[in-house]
Every structure is written in structure tokens, then in C-alpha cells.
Design a protein around this ligand. Structure first.
Ligand SMILES: [Zn+2]
Length: 88
């Protein structure tokens, strides 16, 4: 827990800080902040993302999965340090 907390640093909403109003499901660079190594949506308590932006992100991530931009599940044996290297 403390390890994870360190990784994500202080709690603040990155999307508010950048004045993001909408998250494009095709914009993986925005979405990937909200995903774990296994493409799970990061909980707000870890990322500090506000409720409003978390909801926007969840919608974007679901659309992105339907459009196959990101996988639903990642094989446990195939976990890499940066799964986004797999996406071109
Ligand atoms: Zn926010």
C-alpha cells in the first residue's frame, strides 16, 4: 500500500490540474494514467482523480475496450513493465 502510494505521489486530480473536460477514448495517453499494469481501472483512492473525472474516464475506458484500443484482461504471465509498449 505504501509502495503504491509512493508511486502515485500526492493526491490530486491530474485531469483537473490539466483542465481536462473530456477524455477521448482514442486518446490512450490520457487514459493510461487511470489504468494499472494489468489494464484495470485505478481506484480513486490511489490516483487522487476526482469523482467527476473518474466517471468520465470509466466511460472512455469502456469505449476504448469495445473499440479494442486496450485489452480487457492481461495474461498474468505476460505482465510487462509498460503494457503500452504493446500498443502501436
Ligand atoms: Zn478532476
Amino acid at each position: 500500500m505504501s509502495k503504491i502510494r509512493k508511486k502515485y505521489g500526492k493526491k490530486f486530480c491530474k485531469y483537473c490540474a490539466n483542465k481536462v473536460e473530456t477524455v477521448d477514448y482514442k486518446d490512450l495517453s490520457s487514459i493510461k494514467f487511470a489504468l494499472s499494469e494489468r489494464f484495470k481501472i485505478m481506484p480513486r483512492r490511489l490516483t487522487g482523480t476526482c469523482k467527476r473525472h473518474q466517471e468520465i474516464l470509466e466511460k472512455a475506458i469502456k469505449r476504448s475496450r469495445q473499440a479494442a484500443f486496450i485489452p480487457y484482461v492481461v495474461d498474468r504471465n505476460n505482465v510487462v513493465s509498460s503494457p503500452f509498449d504493446l500498443i502501436k
